[in-house]
Design a protein around this ligand. Structure first.
Ligand code: GLN
Length: 197
């Protein structure tokens, strides 16, 4: 049983390393056959408009939508969160998402002045210790629909982490900070989905 990382673009190697360090076997997913062989998928950070184009070009967009609808656990970070959002604000012309999360996200929500920053977040679902989060040209979740749940907000109240059933999304990049609780939380979803069959 192997967990997939969408490996068309972005920082997929870092996610693969984290998942391996947590004991998972990892498959880099670039083709529909590879997607069909995994029990969960991480969509990394990168550039969502490019990832969208490559996903369609490689014939992965429809299989991915179908996998999300079937309930496969999927964790998206940053550009990956954008890919999972039902609505994308400030998208480039023609940009599509896979969808699944009942949210709207705004790309590059912190503008070019604050392209990157770090902060500590309270994430009650992951326990008491705060999560150190690195934001890089990050999106924010502008609205959370009734199907989705906010897991964390920054100081000004904007939402940066969400969950909906087997879907998980963060605006930031736990894979580069040594903070693996989000990956562990995702792997729990993978294990329970596999257990239920
Ligand atoms: N700004 C990027 C986008 O719109 C996301 C940045 C990231 O993944 N670090 O896709």
């Amino acid at each position: 049983m192997s967990v997939g990382v969408l490996a068309l673009q972005g920082d997929f190697r870092e996610h693969a390393d984290v998942l391996r360090s947590l004991g998972s076997e990892v498959t880099l997913v670039r083709r529909p056959e590879e997607l069909a062989s995994v029990t969960g998928l991480v969509i990394p950070g990168g550039e969502s408009s490019v990832m969208d184009k490559l996903t369609r070009m490689f014939g992965l967009a429809e299989p991915l939508r179908a996998a999300v609808e079937r309930g496969m656990p999927v964790y998206g970070t940053c550009a990956g969160l954008i890919m999972l959002a039902d609505t994308v604000l400030d998208a480039i012309r023609g940009q599509q998402s896979i969808g699944g999360l009942d949210i709207s996200v705004r790309r590059n929500a912190f503008g070019s002045q604050t392209a990157s920053f770090e902060t500590d977040l309270e994430v009650p679902a992951l326990g008491e210790a705060p999560v150190h989060a690195v934001f890089i040209r990050a999106p924010v979740v502008e609205s959370v629909g009734p199907m989705a749940t906010a897991l964390a907000t920054i100081a000004d109240g904007r939402c940066v982490a969400v969950e909906q059933g087997n879907l998980l999304g963060t605006s930031f990049h736990p894979e580069i900070t040594g903070e693996y609780r989000f990956h562990e939380y995702f792997l729990q979803k993978v294990r329970s989905a596999a257990f239920r069959g």
